[in-house]
Design a protein around this ligand. Structure first.
Ligand code: LP5
Length: 243
């Protein structure tokens, strides 16, 4: 069995989410062959050199699960694209490119964070292009810590203000972009997060787009068995239920 999660937005101020995730690691992930984390695992990440004790403890929890035999794969999200090799070494996980093709439930499945599919959100796509430019990434990684903290805070603030003004269809994925990407990678199934709109969308030609939900009042994960993919919820109290 393989598990996929996205958008936990882990941070110290949400011990309920952290607790649910640590329980998920013990109760579900330890039994899995692999765990895929599709971005925005942390609320914000400003560099491995700025890792807090809280973030370090999460890396150690992942590493303990990896030691029990579960392969852990991590994809960047729009909040934590500065996660680098030091974190991955500590967590014993492999950084996954966005997009990545993997074999799940007997077929090739495309995994993405999902932000790059939101092509109607022009100002975000422009910002993404700037922030993911290798030269800008190099500069950001080498800024003094206090400057990175201030920049991340400013960006969050601008993003909150700007997102409130955007129509709901602007911040969702663009249907044409989904069709284009799925055709390019020749897949019947696409899995992503980012939009916080968990659902299974049945598309033309027997294709499907499965959207993982963010962890807020409950958790979301996909369980991939040898034959099928199921989207499941995880109540923050105890056991999980299929939807
Ligand atoms: O995050 P979320 O889901 O709330 O909103 C996203 C888009 N916003 C973002 C920005 C992040 O929230 C902030 C990331 C901060 C931390 C990362 C580290 C940063 C590095 C700095 C330190 C080293 O991704 C939001 C989308 C929304 O998803 C839905 O898809 O709409 O996009 C925006 O709101 C962006 C605005 O539209 C444009 C804001 C312009 C800001 C211009 C500042 C330029 C600074 C350039 C710096 C080099």
């Amino acid at each position: 069995m393989i598990l996929l999660i996205s958008d936990l937005h882990l941070h110290e101020e949400r011990p309920d989410i952290t607790g649910a995730f640590l329980a998920f690691l013990q109760q579900q992930a330890k039994q899995a062959q692999a765990l895929y984390i599709l971005g925005d695992f942390f609320e914000v990440w400003i560099g491995d050199d700025a890792m807090t004790p809280f973030q370090r403890s999460i890396a150690e929890a992942l590493s303990a699960v990896a030691a029990s035999g579960t392969q852990i794969y991590l994809m960047h999200g729009n909040r934590d694209f500065l996660i680098g090799d030091d974190f991955c070494q500590l967590a014993d996980c492999t950084l996954l490119k966005d997009p990545s093709l993997v074999q799940l439930a007997g077929e090739p499945v495309l995994l993405m964070h999902g932000d790059s599919l939101c092509t109607s959100d022009r100002s975000y796509i422009r910002l993404r292009r700037v922030l993911r430019n290798p030269l800008i990434l190099f500069i950001l990684r080498n800024l003094p810590l206090h400057k990175r903290q201030r920049l991340a805070g400013d960006l969050r603030q601008k993003s909150k203000t700007s997102t409130r003004m955007k129509a709901s269809d602007i911040t969702d994925v663009n249907a044409e972009e989904v069709t284009r990407v799925m055709a390019r990678y020749k897949v019947r199934t696409l899995i992503h997060g980012h939009t916080h709109r968990p659902a299974i969308h049945n598309l033309a030609d027997d294709k499907q787009r499965i959207v993982l939900g963010d962890w807020d009042t409950q958790g979301w994960y996909i369980e991939a068995s040898a034959k099928q993919l199921t989207l499941q919820t995880l109540p923050f109290t105890a056991t999980s239920a299929a939807v």
